[in-house]
Ligand binder design. Sequence first.
Ligand code: LMR
Length: 337
Amino acid sequence: MSFNRCLIILIIAAAAMALPMTALAAPAPIVIKFSHVVAQNTPKGQAADYFKKIAEERTKGRVKIEIYPNSQLYKDKEEMEALLLGAVQMLAPSLAKFAPLGVREFEVFDLPFIFDNYQELHKVTRGPIGAKLLAKLEAKGIHGLAYWDNGFKVMSANKPLRVPADFKGQKMRIQASKVLDSQMRSVGANPQVMAFSEVYQALQTGVVDGTENPPSNLYTQKMFEVQKYVTLSDHGYLGYAVIVNKKFWAGLPVDIRTILEGAMKDATKFANDVAKKDNDEALAAVKKTGKSRFITLTSQERAQWKKAMDKAHKDNMARIGADLVKEVYKETGYAPN
Ligand code: LMR
């Protein structure tokens, strides 16, 4: 046998031996770490879990989604940094938390009374304005996948907040949004930016007097235990953008990315379907505990809030971009004072 033939036979034999090994050893799954700050039994928490379930099923073990709820891994600010560094791949921060990244336009969602209901909100999040805003994240190394609803905020404190004058001097925890800062100042309150994970303790120890959040967060973080009054004001909206590290997403195999996009579409429908129901149930659950007294505003009182808080619109018009704000007004019918 010639040397060449011998070599060929040897190579074929080696390849044949190696084959079953490669066939047996499945490649390691792609891991997606998804960090968020709320409890699992909230609209965002449930939608994240649902996304994990369907994404893992549909990719048949090629993708593993690890969910880290309740600020377990990172608090608000750190999770954004972790996403940019690639320490986590997916987040769903509230829309109020994008301005510190340099995308101030997202603060349009924080403007008080700009949305009267989910229908008005969806005209923005499901239309060209929503898409335009997500596209702005690309320049920051982030790819926006979807908007997930939470709901309309209640205002809580240890004194009844009925009219703007009641806010005077109250220390109110807010998210890191200049619009929310203006909103609180417009009624004479003292806004304090604080990470979500710290709110319960801050309320309990009196570091702050009150706060605002949709009922699902008020309930699952047990804030109602340390707040005597809850005003059912629906004065503003709180929802999320699901985002991924752009480089990571672009580097995924095309077939995997397509499946994950489909799973995200279904998880988004799930999130938006449960949001209102969850918040209604959370409110009922808080009421049942009897720990906080609920305040329902008369239409006159609510009109006073709206009038005072319109200042937050005026003061932030240039910051957010007047054209964008006006485009949103056109969709929602908000009429400034
Ligand atoms: C908050 O910080 O109050 C909220 O953004 C928390 C959340 O993600 O719902």
